[in-house]
Design a protein around this ligand. Structure first.
Ligand code: SF4
Length: 199
């Protein structure tokens, strides 16, 4: 069971395979692993103790950052995520902590969870993917109604709680002219836009 893996010089944490979106471009449909992990499919969800054992086995102090990402949506297991982040923060306070998310955390929990990120998460990276709700809903197939608006609201609230909030799009998966629309949208929420290359 692969709980932690490396991408570049960052240590990534794979908490769950659950996800509230069903994106038609999801990498999980094309490959089983990412970085140095041959498979990120979990036979079961790891416990907090198993996650900590796996994280601490990799000398966290030597990593450029710790990233909650994996083959699923990390905020599906928010309590375990924050427990792990708090443990890392306590023992390895110098290691930056990033959360990669689809931005559904508040819809999943049914409440605003962004205050719980404060002091534990340094960077939140949210997949914006598209410039408008109609495209988002057509391609990301979210479980929740009004998911696009919910993701934007999560972003706006996260901006008030963590030092850096980034939204991302992948060049080539949306019309080129929409990238500037996405940048303006991200900036209107207090976030920045990262344009990722398509692999
Ligand atoms: S949000 Fe991420 S993990 Fe979930 S289906 Fe979309 S691309 Fe896959």
């Amino acid at each position: 069971m692969t709980i932690t893996y490396h991408v570049g010089d960052g240590l990534y944490v794979n908490l769950t395979n659950r996800c509230s979106n069903h994106c038609d471009f999801c990498e999980r449909d094309k490959m089983d692993g990412v970085g140095d992990a041959s498979s990120l499919w979990l036979p079961r969800e790891p416990s907090a103790a198993e996650i900590w054992d796996s994280v601490s086995a990799h000398d966290p102090a030597a990593q450029s950052e710790l990233v909650f990402c994996g083959f699923g949506e990390p905020t599906e297991r928010l309590d375990i995520l924050l427990e792990t982040a708090a443990h890392v923060r306590r023992v390895f306070p110098q290691v930056p902590i990033r959360l990669n998310t689809n931005g559904m955390g508040n819809l999943i929990a049914g409440t605003d969870v962004t205050p719980r990120l404060a002091g534990l998460i340094d960077v939140v990276s949210i997949s914006l993917n598209y410039a408008r709700a109609s495209d988002y809903e057509a391609h990301c197939l979210p479980d929740y109604p009004d998911a696009f608006a919910g993701m934007l609201d999560f972003t706006r609230r996260a901006v008030g709680q963590v030092p850096r909030v980034v939204m991302s799009v992948v060049r080539g998966t949306l019309p080129e002219e929409d990238i500037d629309v996405c940048r303006a949208l991200a900036e209107s929420l207090g976030a920045s836009l990262r344009v990722r290359a398509y692999h």
